[in-house]
Design a protein around this ligand. Structure first.
Ligand code: TPW
Ligand code: MG
Length: 540
């Protein structure tokens, strides 16, 4: 077998299910092998940011490797922002890039796509990946590939693999998976003792589940753990969508001043806050009503556990959860929780549409037709998602990049086979909405709710005086037909309901519903978020 085939088999054995990509001349040779070997299906897209977002979303939804394949320079550097998002939000994304052959590297000519030096790209990717390799030595390649893929899964962070174009077809030995990382069972037991004692001592312990719980495939175990320990569960903003299909005592999403007062009160008054796989970032915590003293929490993240003033190093989350589960018996505790209530039963009348109406309409739709996985962009659409009943969600809640929603939705459908719902603002749609044109070739048929307020509205709420936030009317619905889908523009609640009913009944083509939202009308969560941030800032 050749080097590319061994790499593809190794990717598959480590959990990859498909490849998203755009080729170029440095990548054509390995793309040929991807296509002809049929080891993993290849989906090509239109622009590299979309490739990265789709592969990232596939990784997030399946809790396994996502693969983004690009060409050297113009292709790979076009994907920097998507890979940075995956790094920040801990998504195990494998970047494959073509590269100059060894001979041409020594030619003395500058090569096209070269920025500063031929190594510049490698150095740039070092900043946003946890491990890297250039496969320029066939003898070393199997061990290098094994190491890089093990790093990707262990840290749940992106990795970078460069394939010089004259190496793709050289003979290569099989990639043998690395041995699991050693762990100290005594340290694990001591840590679990301490966590269980701290939780038992607390009068009102709470478990906040973060994205690592999904990244390491621990949702059902964490749900069981919270039932056994009688721990109410909340997610963070970033963790929204976690545990939805598992029997967990889930109250809702913690968003400080922007969230539901019951959840905010529970979290901020807890004397035993257990942050499990939670990224400690501003979108999760800066909006706290009362500042949470992180030194008083238990934090399990990045393969270590912090309790009070000390740290247990090298304890993977999966081992920690397994060990805790083994210690808490098999009996569930009974306790009461009051879960968040979501808006239902849209008044289908002639009133104009608010973001909360969109959430209500989606809740009605999913109650009638079953839940759909969602991909959301950044913007008020993501705050609106907090009013949608719990369902799987991928969204850039921490890194907050625009342009994620549409390509991520395509990644969801490719990875799960399920029809996704995409939430996206008009500004974000201008960035990556074109990727919808790829649905037709692959039979993808997402339902897209485009929140069109003709504005960068989130920015406007923070700085209302700036007219540069006006985007004008682009008539997005009319573009759908030429791209192989159906588009409709809705102004009233009655039209919104009719459009959703029609979209759900129409399979095989993407369904774009352009929802016109009057200027200045926000979701209730974003309105609370802005009011809260302003209140906190004025108190400083
Ligand atoms: C890649 C900065 C954050 S929110 C926003 C901008 C420009 C406006 C979003 O407009 P949209 O949604 O999509 O119409 P809405 O609800 O606010 O009207 N470039 C990137 N990412 C970010 N986050 C920005 C700029 C930004
Ligand atoms: Mg907008």
């Amino acid at each position: 077998m050749n080097l590319t085939e061994q790499l593809l088999h190794a990717l598959k054995r480590h959990g990859a299910q498909q490849i998203f990509g755009i080729p170029g001349d440095f990548a054509l040779p390995y793309f040929r092998i991807i296509e002809e070997s049929q080891i993993l299906p290849l989906y090509t897209m239109s622009h590299e940011p979309g490739v990265g977002f789709a592969a990232d979303a596939a990784a997030r939804i399946n809790g396994s490797l996502g693969v983004a394949a690009v060409t050297y320079g113009a292709g790979a550097l076009n994907m920097i922002n998507s890979v940075a998002a995956a790094f920040a939000e801990k998504s195990p994304l494998v970047v494959l890039s073509g590269g100059p052959g060894k001979g041409e590297s020594r030619s003395g000519l500058l090569l096209h796509h070269q920025a500063k030096t031929l190594d510049s790209q490698f150095h740039i990717f070092k900043e946003i990946t946890c491990d890297q390799v250039r496969l320029d030595d066939a003898a070393r390649a199997p061990a290098d590939i094994a190491r890089v893929l093990a790093s990707c899964l262990r840290h749940s962070e992106p990795v970078y693999i460069e394939i010089p174009r004259d190496m793709v077809a050289v003979p290569c030995a099989e990639v043998l998976p690395e041995a699991p990382f050693p762990m100290d069972p005594d340290a694990l037991n001591a840590c679990v003792d301490e966590i269980l004692e701290t939780l038992a001592r607390a009068k009102s312990p709470v478990l906040m589940a973060g994205v690592e719980v999904r990244r390491y495939g621990l949702e059902s175990k964490v749900a069981a753990l919270s039932r056994r320990l009688g721990l109410p569960v909340v997610t963070s903003f970033m963790g929204r969508g976690l545990l939805t299909d598992h029997d967990a005592p889930l109250l809702g999403t913690y968003m400080g001043v922007a969230g539901f007062p019951e959840v905010t009160q529970l979290v901020e008054s807890s004397d035993g806050l257990f942050l499990l796989g939670e990224i400690i970032c501003d979108t999760n915590f800066a909006v706290s009503e009362t500042k949470i003293d992180m030194r008083k929490t238990i934090q399990a993240l990045n393969g270590q556990v912090n309790i009070g003033y000390h740290t247990y190093a090298d304890l993977p989350l999966a081992a920690l959860v397994d060990c805790m589960l083994a210690r808490v018996g098999t009996q569930d505790k009974t306790f009461e929780i009051t879960p968040q209530v979501f808006p239902r039963q849209l008044q289908a009348d002639d009133a104009s549409i608010t973001p909360t109406d969109i959430a209500t309409a989606v809740n009605d739709l999913m109650a009638e037709h079953g839940t759909m996985p969602m991909a959301s962009d950044m913007g008020d659409c993501l705050f609106t998602a907090m009013d949608i009943a719990h369902t799987a969600l991928v969204a850039p809640g921490y890194y907050a990049t625009m342009g994620f929603g549409v390509p991520a939705g395509l990644g969801l459908q490719a990875a799960t086979g399920e029809r996704p719902l995409i939430l996206v603002g008009d500004g974000a749609f201008q960035m990556t909405g074109w990727e919808l044109g790829n649905c037709k070739r692959y039979g993808w048929d997402p339902i897209v709710l485009l929140f069109n307020n003709a504005s960068w509205e989130m920015l406007r709420t923070f700085q209302p005086e700036s007219s540069f936030n006006d985007l004008g009317d682009w008539d997005f619905a009319s573009m759908a037909h030429g791209m192989g889908g159906d588009g409709v523009c809705v102004f009233t609640r009655a039209e919104l309901k009719a459009a959703l009913d029609k979209a759900i009944a129409t399979r095989g083509r993407f369904q774009l519903i352009e929802v016109m939202i009057p200027s200045g009308v926000l979701s209730s969560t974003l309105a609370r978020f802005v009011a809260g941030v302003k209140r906190l800032n004025s108190a400083k």
